[in-house]
Design a binder for this molecule. Structure first.
Ligand code: ZN
Length: 115
């Protein structure tokens, strides 16, 4: 049993959850794309719907990618170590923000640098 088992389990179940949501979106879209006779109003609604699905799809893929990266860090033992200062990231922070790669003070520096 590793130190971050809870986080790993949370991430894994989150990953499965959003993955099945993505599969559902892909199925919905296939349905939407079926060539049917439609009037303009219906077509407009479906185009809008498609855009919403696209945005959601991208959001889910981005989150899945982030979870994959975090799980890789867990596997390699890099997890929980700040990439900026090399200090351990407090567990409270990791539980709140599992994908965190920096401690709060380094994150603050990055955030102020971006302003
Ligand atoms: Zn740091």
């Amino acid at each position: 049993m590793g130190e971050y088992d809870t986080i790993r389990e949370n991430l894994t179940s989150r990953y499965e959850e959003i993955q099945s949501r993505l599969i559902k979106i892909m199925k919905d879209r296939r349905h939407v794309n079926q060539p049917l006779e439609k009037d303009f109003a219906e077509q407009a609604t479906e185009t809008e719907n498609d855009e919403v699905l696209d945005a959601l799809d991208l959001k889910i893929r981005a989150e899945m990618e982030q979870i994959e990266k975090t799980l890789e860090r867990l596997e390699s033992g890099e997890y929980g170590i700040c990439v900026a200062c090399g200090e351990p990231i407090p567990e409270q922070r990791l539980l709140a923000v599992p994908e965190a790669i920096r401690c709060v003070s380094c994150e603050d520096k990055v955030a102020s640098g971006m302003r």
